[in-house]
Design a protein around this ligand. Structure first.
Ligand SMILES: *Cc1c(COP(=O)(O)O)cnc(C)c1O
Length: 222
């Protein structure tokens, strides 16, 4: 099965990138991004023992993951796509971690849900490092203030996340994210995808989000 070769190969490349950067083996978590992949490809990776996945859509995740969690105990599913405030309630029930906290209204909603439930997913703040108008994320100049506000709300803040602009060298964006995290005392860095996860690891990524390099290319979302 080519898709299972995909997982082993990516794990080996992560281990090599950790070593090349002088980082401890196992210091980078691999989030296998399973959005809009055929079920058999995801099940092959689950059968290989992988348990950490990333999804972009609340509805799609609600349809897939409850059954997989029963069949494959120990799964952790992270939300890595934009989150509408009106889907926050569903999201806190579906995901262990949300990587795309990007605005005060969503933080307030998550904080209220956390109080009501007594538990909440951990969060990453998404930073729009390229300052792209069409892209989600807090602008770099607003990052410190937003991080402070999230901390005031007692949300379990793990770190920062970014998606560098298409067609640009991602390295300066990863470096910027690492600087913002460091000056804010944040340990988590969610950065790096299929095409650039090794560069991200060289810049300190703690979570890489790899989809097509594990599962194969995705059909366009219907
Ligand atoms: C889809 C997606 C990924 C995975 O992308 P690949 O190029 O398939 O590795 C990673 N991060 C985010 C935010 C995504 O939306």
């Amino acid at each position: 099965m080519t898709q299972t070769g995909g997982l082993m190969e990516i794990k080996a490349r992560i281990a090599a990138a950790e070593a090349a950067a002088g980082r401890a083996a196992g210091s980078v978590k691999l989030i296998a991004v399973s959005k809009i992949q055929p079920a058999d490809r995801v099940e092959a990776v689950l059968a290989e023992g992988h348990r950490l996945f990333g999804e972009n859509y609340v509805q799609e995740s609600a349809a897939k993951w409850p059954a997989w969690r029963e069949r494959f105990p120990g799964c952790e599913v992270h939300m890595i796509g934009p989150l509408q405030t009106n889907k926050a309630k569903q999201a806190v029930e579906l995901f262990e971690t949300i990587h795309t906290l990007d605005r005060p209204s969503l933080a307030e909603r998550l904080a209220r849900l956390a109080q009501a439930r007594g538990a909440t997913p951990s969060v990453f703040v998404q930073i729009n490092t390229g300052e792209e108008p069409q892209k989600a994320g807090v602008l770099p100049g607003m990052a410190d203030e937003f991080v402070a506000a999230v901390r005031m709300m007692d949300l379990p803040l793990e770190g920062l996340m970014c998606i560098p602009p298409d067609g640009e060298d991602p390295a300066p964006h990863f470096a910027m994210l690492a600087r913002i995290a460091e000056r804010n005392g944040l340990a988590g860095l969610s950065m790096g995808m299929s095409s650039d996860f090794e560069t991200a690891i060289a810049h300190g990524a703690t979570h890489v989000r790899v989809g097509s390099a594990i599962f194969g290319s995705r059909a366009p979302k219907a």
